[in-house]
Design a protein around this ligand. Sequence first.
Ligand code: GTP
Length: 574
Amino acid sequence: YPTERIRNFSIIAHVDHGKSTLADRLLELTGTIKRGLGQPQYLDKLQVERERGITVKAQTATMFYDHKFQGANGIDVQEPCRFLLNLIDTPGHVDFSYEVSRSLAACQGALLVVDAAQGVQAQTVANFYLAFESNLTIIPVINKIDQPTADPDRVKAQLKSMFDLDPNDALLTSAKTGQGLEHVLPAVIERMPPPPGNCNSPLRMLLLDSYYDEYKGVICHVAVVDGTLRKGDKISSAATGQSYEVLDVGIMHPELKPTGVLLTGQVGYVVSGMRSTKEARVGDTLHQSRSIVEPLPGFKPVKHMVFSGVYPVDGSDFEALNHAIERLTCNDASVSVTKESSTALGLGFRCGFLGLLHMDVFHQRLEQEYGAHVISTVPTVPYIFEYSDGRYVGAVITLCSERRGEQLEYTFIDSQRAFMKYRLPLREIVVDFYNELKSITSGYASFDYEDSEYQASDLVKLDLLLNGQPIDAMAAIVHNLKAQRLGRDLVEKLKKFIDRQMFEITIQAAIGSKVVARETVSAMRKNVLAKCYGGDVTRKRKLLEKQKEGKKRMKRVGSVDIPQEAFHEMLKVS
Ligand code: GTP
């Protein structure tokens, strides 16, 4: 087929305005499906689509139509010629607009179907703009004119005021009674341009959609933008660089019909031995393996609005569910999937959807098409958290600067994670830096360190003295600026560990001969026998022995006993 005799068009509309019914009528009119024998909404193939009466997946059908161009006086200006028309049916619900924008990428024109009674609705507007921004030729079709409440003039006025569409261009139809349908395809041929591609350029085709077939493997729907694709060709993916041999190629008429070749401007299917569904990336450009081509613009990335967990009812079915989800996402690339685990439900997946209906349909398809029994968690919408006390990074910066850190680097890895590099004195991090970091960041921060060079610093030796005698194990090298405060903290803390004795104990912190802090523990012996009234001698001895044993674990400094744990705890203060 020469490109001039190809038209690729889509039908877009608000939900229930009659797209699928109109598509059925056009398929019948061109003999693509037999009148009356086809099920209604022929292109709605999925069980979920039939049950819900909505289109979920965009479907493509190739039709052949003999058209005669007529002059203004109604006389034929040339012999009738056969046109190849690719009709791409699209979903109307807002959740599936991703499918719409993908379909439009393969089209040059769109039939904008509007219910004659309801008039322009929200999705009419949204879909109009999708088509308009894709520079498509838009033909307004006012459908359901058979309804008693139909008011085509009002709808024409809306089309004019909302979209600046010429009321005279609107076609009036009833997909139900067949009225006005004969004007639709001639309008498509005469008003819409043929595909713009170049048949002499190297092959470039856009991967529109894909699904998995048990016998053939992955079947890709493609739009050939430039060049020609033949069975036996070696093709490569621009996204992955992987190469494949074209095993089968053809059109959807509307069932798969092998043709052995697809020409510039045609929409059809390709089987190329792709085994993993991950290989078929919707929006990818496929080209001849030998040639280097500029990849076609892909599709807008999807924005997920609703998230929910999907878990197998029986934990042992996890692998089967994994497989089912992989297959299904090949056919619905707009779902995002990441693995997650829950204490109650075990291993599962967190899936992102375009909306609630999209989520429901996904669950239903998992059950109906893959027999997967799943539990789905309450859907949530994405949130952006802002902590009332600022981000965690603030607390980390404060911690590091308190620890005499010098900031070397501070970057955001993504919107969630910051990377900070500090030069910190080793002494400041060895003891409880990690604990503190974890606690101020609710466990989110991770920490790693490596040795830096020795740095010059204003350091002093801080001694702790008990009754004038230094406790060598508690002496610390500290920064001069911090020495005084630290001295006070240490003295206070040590006091808590020292039992009162028969004599007064002084606890001091000193830098050289200069005392910077002082506490005293007043005299009094702790009487372990105080509560032991008239007990026999063995009991008393036991208590005294126990006290003695306790003393063994103490360190005697200047005739004062310091419990072992005090040494450890003191380190934490410093
Ligand atoms: P989605 O696939 O869900 O986006 O809907 P759709 O726009 O494809 O609508 P569909 O073709 O499923 O039609 C919706 C309902 O309108 C069906 O019950 C059709 O029988 C009915 N319908 C379609 N065209 C006409 C028409 O011209 N006249 C009347 N009276 N009813 C129509």
